[in-house]
Design a protein around this ligand. Structure first.
Ligand SMILES: [Zn+2]
Length: 150
């Protein structure tokens, strides 16, 4: 779930989303038309939201009681909340202890944060960090870095 910039949706994926949307509108007792379905699919393509989050977002609204508004922004925000949640799930990693980043030292013993190679590093907060190469030593420009804990 860390491919936030997914490419456009396939026909099969669109069909899947359309089916989920229709179910949502029917169960929420709201009118749903082919035209509306097309418009929502276009919006979802433009949103770059990953398929898993879109489906999870739609499903999360199906049984909400007395839903005040059921429009694209409402559904998109439900989908976004599914991504945010996945951003905080951590996987076990011995290199970074689940933090998604680890420290390397330059020759002057200054410590720098690098992004781990595991899934924990997909968190938004780590996007600007340099990528760790998975080794004990790493060159970056003319600087040589080594793992801080060795
Ligand atoms: Zn890690």
């Amino acid at each position: 779930m860390h491919e936030l910039m997914n490419s456009s949706l396939t026909e099969a994926e669109k069909l899947l989303i359309a089916n989920e949307l229709e179910k949502l509108f029917v169960l929420q007792d709201r009118p749903f038309s082919a035209k509306k379905s097309m418009a929502y699919l276009e919006e979802f393509e433009r949103s770059n939201l990953p398929l898993g989050a879109i489906i999870a977002g739609i499903r999360s609204l199906i049984h909400v009681e007395n839903i005040s508004s059921l429009d694209f922004p409402r559904i998109a925000s439900a989908a976004r909340s599914k991504i945010e949640r996945s951003e905080y799930e951590t996987v076990k990693c011995d290199s970074c202890d689940g933090r998604g980043m680890l420290m390397l030292r330059d020759e002057s013993k200054y410590e720098y944060a690098f992004k781990c190679q595991c899934a924990n590093a997909s968190k938004e907060a780590h996007h600007n960090l340099a990528q760790w190469n998975g080794e004990s030593f790493q060159m970056r420009g003319t600087k040589r870095f080594s793992l801080a804990n060795i």
